[in-house]
Design a protein. Sequence first.
Length: 258
Amino acid sequence: QYSPDSVAGADGEVDPTEITFPGCSCLTSSCEVHACPCLCRGESYSGLCLRPAGGGEEYARPVFECNSMCRCGESCPNRVVQRGLQFRLQVFKTERKGWGVRALEFIAGGRFVCEYAGEVLGFSEARRRVQAQTSKDTNYLIAVREHLHSGRVMETFVDPTYTGNVGRFLNHSCEPNLFMVPVRVDSMVPKLALFAATDISAGEELTYDYSGRFHNLPISNREQKLSEEEKRWRKPCYCGSRTCASFLPWDSSLFSTP
């Protein structure tokens, strides 16, 4: 079932449509840094493009957009991801990777491309679904972990297997042209937003790194010593990039007991 936005999962543990953030009281159509509480961490966008993180910053700054409770207008420049898909994209059949997505028009670096939308699940249901899969099943469930400066880790699990949008058809690449950023609008449940890492030409396939790293790393010694059980779950990578790691990223944490 197609849905442009994430929905509450079957377990009902997380409702991504719930509004818990207070809105800003800015009366102009363009919120200003230091005057708007939504921009207290600085501007996230320059025009419609995501601002790159500063070279001296140890952590990526969190992105908060103005929300449905804010008094600023819909044209406020701090509303980007919530506007949804703005580019013409096409789902197509690739030669070796199954379905994929390509751009039908030029996309400038930094622009928001699409959200990875699906059912937002709690840990228990996410683990149950992953453990129910066989090695032949396609896994669409993504686990996003945000490491806070305090040492805490915030986890978000999104599964577009049954309900989702075009993002579910995006393939992995070890040298991707998209990168994922958790963007918050109405609550602490983030939208998993994919932005262009560089200028993208019309006809070019859109990809991101499933592991969350901007560039996937070669297989480490630890990965070379994987158990037979772990090797059974590894799937070959067909991205064809110069730095291809040979296998798709794989996270065993949902298989283990917390």
